[in-house]
Write a protein that binds this ligand. Structure first.
Ligand code: PEP
Ligand code: MG
Length: 735
């Protein structure tokens, strides 16, 4: 241990040497993290890819028990122990015997040292002693701070301010104090003395579990319809699953305590589910973990945090490695300001529930759990994805101002929702919103949008575990049309391929997916998928107006093929006796630059056009929109793209074709100002941008802006953005 080298290299060497000396096939070191979970830090024998990836919750598995109860575990056949937690990523299934000892110092457990062998054997007293002694040395090594992320090194870092960059998953800003989410109950007793009694306990706990979910999900905050309801209903179905109940009962009948049975069933289900390696199953697995933990808490007689609101500070920022949707609901909503998790994407179930509750949330905040202590001050900026830990007073006051400002702005925006977006010189600008899920639809009313200018249908497909069947699609589209009421919705047909991969469709791996086999290219080459979607849209919008928009059109004549396909499907739907839409409008997205040189021909073939500026700009500048190095290098407010957009406005006017723009730039006030100056009278944006853009419009004189932009373009001014900023300032326009 005194040899030079960094901490990780030394740990790697230690496990290798121990395995050699003790003649074991595996030797691993797990270290404890702030929340009590254990992370695999080094291994000889297990899959190296599992290092820093495999984590056990507090008390989970044999390793977790070793740490939590501070005991030595000596198991000839580890997998038959009810507490065993199967982790397929480690490749440990071929090893039978396991010996685990705590790595401790001054009575504090820092981690676990484990050896494993293929042979089924009980380790000798001598083996145990050797391993325990080695663990003492490892403890010394850790306390010296040699291993980053472990022991003393963590303690030191925890007194300083820190900034962690994650991804916003539910918008907002929250200031408050950290509460560490500790879901786990440690199961100490495995075998039951009275199986009949145990069965009664289990039954009672399941009944209590179901009742508590009914009560929780019936909460007023969640009453509004939306996608979160679907998530919670699916969760509730898990709790009522007969198969799950049967497996639990069988485990108890086999002699386990109710708690051990819950763990056993959780483990075996996980083993099955983890083989399905995709986001959908990960979410389902998380639901099931959440449910099992909840049942364990009920069995342990431990009330949930919701029953003990006083334990939460009034400004709680919840921090955890991971969280299920119902776990979040355990906390008192009134005291909860923010949420930070180490995993979790914008589409995760917990994100959907956080959005429904209006809690600012950041996901992908790697390593945060070990860098915070309960009670630390923290700021969650779920606009940028930043989490400030133990911020300085300057940062706190800057954010406090920002929160007050945002709240004031929000009130202003709400007050504007029914005010038409009209410029000072009387130009009415249509403001539509972009959406992609049923859960977005209530924003239509809240934001006062004129309609849905872009409904990205691929999100429904991406959230599903299998290709959504016709009937399911019909149902979804019908629900969306119904929620929109008398406001129009533009459904964009599937834009998959590229980076939006549907795992259940076999798609070839491409070198350059953004310019690859995506969207309408795929739709025309493999029409079955597009036909089903069009058929579902026609039925879903039966009796209403249907607007269909085609992404990534590259040649005008592609729209002929689309129209022929829609006509054919319409005839089929009618022949089958379903009600068809009262009017069908088919539009093209302008995302591929060459289409700009075929506008006369295109305009004759479409009922409307919409600029997908995200893609159009990336292709015009040949700058990948997902590559941070080049993505923001070129400004859309430059002469070339603005001239292109101007030509488009002219062509649309000439052919009397409605024109809108639905890329991100529509939602940024200064860009929206430029678009209006170019002649755009319809824009579509994220619901949250409608307030700011409308505020800008209400103080804008469109004619004066158009004149200025015209001059700037004629002069070939490079820095148009700065000039428009100055114009806005001089005219008192809020941008
Ligand atoms: C666009 O490209 O501007 C657009 C709206 O489509 P997406 O962002 O879904 O590619
Ligand atoms: Mg696009």
């Amino acid at each position: 241990m005194s040899e030079p080298g960094d901490g990780q290299a030394r740990l790697n060497k230690i496990v290798k040497q121990i395995a050699g000396v003790m003649v074991t096939e595996v030797c691993s070191i797990y270290l404890k993290r702030q929340d009590g979970s254990l992370e695999l830090f080094a291994t000889e024998g297990l899959n190296p890819a599992a290092v820093h990836a495999t984590r056990m919750k507090r008390g989970e598995g044999l390793v977790g028990r070793c740490a939590e109860l501070n005991i030595t575990v000596n198991e000839p056949e580890a997998s038959s122990n009810p507490a065993f937690s199967y982790r397929p990523e480690t490749g440990e299934e071929i090893y039978h015997s396991l010996l685990a000892v705590p790595i401790q110092r001054s009575g504090q457990v820092l981690g676990v040292l484990v050896v494993q062998n293929r042979a089924q054997k009980e380790y000798s007293d001598e083996d145990v002693e050797v391993l325990q002694t080695t663990a003492m040395f490892v403890a010394e090594h850790l306390v010296s701070g040699a291993v980053a992320g472990a022991g003393a090194a963590v303690e030191l870092g925890k007194s300083l301010s820190a900034l962690i960059q994650g991804e916003p998953i539910s918008e907002g800003i929250a200031l408050g104090h950290v509460v560490l989410h500790e879901p786990r109950i440690v199961v100490t007793k495995l075998m039951a003395e009275e199986p009949a009694e145990e069965l009664k306990r289990l039954d009672a706990a399941i009944i209590a579990l179901r009742a508590s979910l009914d009560e929780m999900f019936g909460h007023e905050h969640l009453a509004a319809a939306g996608e979160h309801r679907d998530v919670l209903e699916a969760y509730r179905m898990f709790a009522h699953d007969k198969g799950w109940e049967r497996r639990l009962r069988e485990a108890v009948e086999g002699g386990l305590t109710a708690e051990a049975a819950v763990e056993r069933v959780q483990n075996s289900t996980r083993a099955r589910m983890l083989r399905q390696n995709d986001a959908y199953w990960r979410e389902r697995q998380r639901d099931l973990d959440d449910l099992s933990d909840r049942l364990l808490r009920i069995l342990a007689g431990r009330v949930t945090s919701a029953d003990e609101p006083s334990k939460l500070p009034p400004d709680a920022i919840l921090v955890g490695r991971t969280m299920g949707p119902a776990e979040l609901l355990d906390y008192d909503r009134k005291r909860l300001r923010g949420l930070v998790v180490e995993d979790g994407s914008g589409q995760s179930h917990v994100a959907i529930v956080a959005k429904a509750l209006g809690i600012a949330a950041v996901g992908q905040a790697g390593g945060i759990v070990e860098r915070v202590s309960a009670g630390d001050a923290a700021i969650v900026d779920a606009m940028t994805g930043e989490v400030h830990l133990r911020p300085s007073s300057d940062v706190i006051s800057a954010y406090a101002d920002k929160v007050r400002f945002l709240a004031r702005r929000q009130r202003q925006y709400r007050a504007l929702k029914d005010v038409p977006a009209m410029t000072l010189d009387g130009e009415r600008i249509e403001l539509h919103m972009n959406a992609g899920l049923l859960v977005d639809m209530p924003h239509l009313k809240e934001s006062g949008a004129d309609g849905v200018g872009l409904f990205r249908t691929e999100l429904l497909f991406m959230l599903s575990s299998t290709l959504p069947k016709l009937e399911r699609q019909v149902e979804s589209y019908r629900a969306i049309v119904a929620r929109a009421g008398d406001k129009p919705v533009i459904f964009r047909t599937l834009d998959i391929g590229g980076d939006k991969v549907l795992h259940y469709l076999r798609q070839p791996k491409e070198e350059n997916p953004a310019m690859g086999w995506r969207a309408i290219r795929m739709g025309l080459d493999r029409p079955a998928l597009l036909r089903t979607q069009v058929r579902a849209l026609l039925r879903g919008a039966g009796g209403h107006e249907l607007r269909i928009m085609i992404p990534m059109v590259s040649m005008a004549h592609e729209m002929d093929a689309v129209r022929a396909l829609v006509d054919k499907e319409r005839a089929i739907v009618a022949a089958k006796g379903y009600e068809t839409p009262r009017r069908i409008a088919i539009g093209a997205m302008i995302e591929v630059p060459c289409l700009l040189f075929e506008l006369d021909s295109l305009m004759k073939k479409v009922d409307f056009v919409s600029v997908g500026s995200n893609d159009l700009m990336q292709f015009m500048f040949a700058a990948d929109r997902t590559n941070a190095r080049v993505g923001s290098r070129y400004d859309a407010l430059s002469p070339a793209p603005l001239k292109a957009l101007k030509a488009l406005v002219k062509a649309a006017k000439k052919h009397d074709v409605p024109l809108t723009l639905c890329g991100e730039m529509a939602g940024r006030p200064i860009e929206a100002l430029a678009l209006i100056a170019l002649g755009f009278r319809s824009l579509s944006m994220a619901p949250a941008s409608i307030g700011p853009v409308k505020t800008m419009i209400l103080s804008l004189h469109a004619g004066r802006a158009a004149k200025l932009l015209d001059e700037l373009l004629k002069k070939g001014t490079r820095n148009i953005r700065a000039q428009l900023d100055a114009f806005a300032k001089a005219e008192g326009i809020e941008v």
